[in-house]
Design a protein around this ligand. Structure first.
Ligand code: MG
Length: 367
């Protein structure tokens, strides 16, 4: 099998709720998603997707993904897409950094490896653990009462894990956390995700004011060092997300006892290949993970499902069904949430086919 061409599609993913807001007044009303379709000298095509959470969540943005693909894609023509590590090395030598750009191509190569071998991705990544994957719902930042109202609504849909978008004023965040936790049963999980929005003293104020509650605090501050300084002074279970962007920092953080859980996002680390390395290392080190991506449509949701379903259950803190946040479906065959859970497809590869009526014509083809 050889790569003959790479088609690139762009699609905007609006939100069912209209807007998604998080720390520091940041918000997105439609997500700029990039899809690659790797076409080969055989019948199979490989699909991959990257969808940054706006241009100001991580160092990643929609037009950047397509500009980066333009740098990388021409050099991949003629290569064997199922030689995953060779493709990765090739991409790394063609473009320094920009892991999110490479993520969608890496994902499409895994899709092709599955199709060539006739196996679903979960089988290639270690085997399926359990019947289904438990999901969390991200609760966009609004007033404490609005957020409590949303939690009650999503609870009725079957979710039992909630991630509150905090990271604004400590007073209001304290109220958000208290109000929502009081709604939940003991077996339900609440994460207060500040998305780097607090200073260390703000984080300490919030953490101290909610210290009697059963919650997790996620990524309070922008820098790793600041997060550790907060972590060292509180007893609340602690999650790191934005600052854990590769193997080296994961090992350092483990050594520093800097967190209890990490948030593993596929595009943040450059694709399924590195996400799987990190996942396997976390399993060996005993670190549970939220397994997800920055954002995405059906293709990314499928990839998340395969990575999560092939992870031993005790290390699956939670995952996300991003395809339920938008009314637009960019592919067929993706997991559909059922009572707060999803399941990875048993079809070869990712198990999805492109919804060509929705994605339209390619914005670029490299051949
Ligand atoms: Mg997070």
């Amino acid at each position: 099998m050889k790569i003959e061409s790479i088609a690139v599609y762009q699609i905007d993913l609006p939100l069912v709720e209209g807007r998604y807001s998080w720390a520091d007044g940041k918000f997105v009303e439609k997500f700029d998603s990039t899809i690659v379709e790797i076409r080969t000298d055989q019948e199979a095509v490989g699909l991959g997707e990257v969808c940054p959470l706006g241009p100001f969540y991580l160092p990643a943005f929609g037009t950047g993904a397509r500009a980066g693909i333009e740098e990388i894609a021409p050099g991949l023509i003629g290569l064997v897409p199922t030689e995953i590590m060779k493709i990765k090395r090739h991409m790394d030598s063609a473009l320094l950094g920009h892991p999110y750009v490479k993520s969608c191509i890496d994902m499409a190569c895994w899709d092709l490896l599955g199709k060539e071998t006739g196996k679903p991705l979960w089988a290639l990544l270690g085997g399926k653990f359990g019947d289904s994957i438990q999901l969390y719902r991200a609760i966009s930042q609004e007033s404490p009462n609005e957020m409590a109202h949303k939690v009650a609504k999503y609870r009725e849909e079957g979710y039992q894990k909630f991630q509150l978008k905090v990271g604004s004023s400590p007073e209001e965040d304290i109220e958000r956390i208290h109000t929502v936790r009081s709604l939940l049963d003991r077996d339900e999980v609440l994460v207060a995700d500040a998305n780097t929005g607090w200073t260390a003293p703000e984080a300490l104020r919030v953490a101290n004011a909610v210290s009697s509650l059963d919650i997790f605090i996620e990524q309070p501050c922008a820098s790793y060092q600041k997060c550790v300084s907060v972590r060292d002074r509180i007893s609340t279970p602690f999650i790191l997300d934005e600052t854990i962007d590769g193997l080296e920092i994961l090992l350092r953080a483990h050594n520093d006892r800097a967190m209890d859980v990490i948030n593993l996002k596929i595009s943040k680390v450059g694709g399924i290949t590195v996400a799987c390395q990190i996942r396997d290392l976390c399993v060996s080190l005993g670190i549970p993970m939220t397994i997800e991506d920055s954002w995405g449509g059906d293709i990314i949701t499928a990839a998340i499902a395969h990575l999560a379903h092939s992870t031993p259950e005790e290390f699956r803190f939670s995952s996300t069904d991003f395809n339920s946040y938008s009314p637009i479906s960019n592919a067929f065959g993706a997991p559909v949430r059922d009572n707060g859970m999803m399941t990875a497809s048993d079809k070869p590869g990712l198990g999805v086919t492109l919804n060509k009526d929705i994605v339209g014509e390619p914005v670029a083809i490299y051949s």
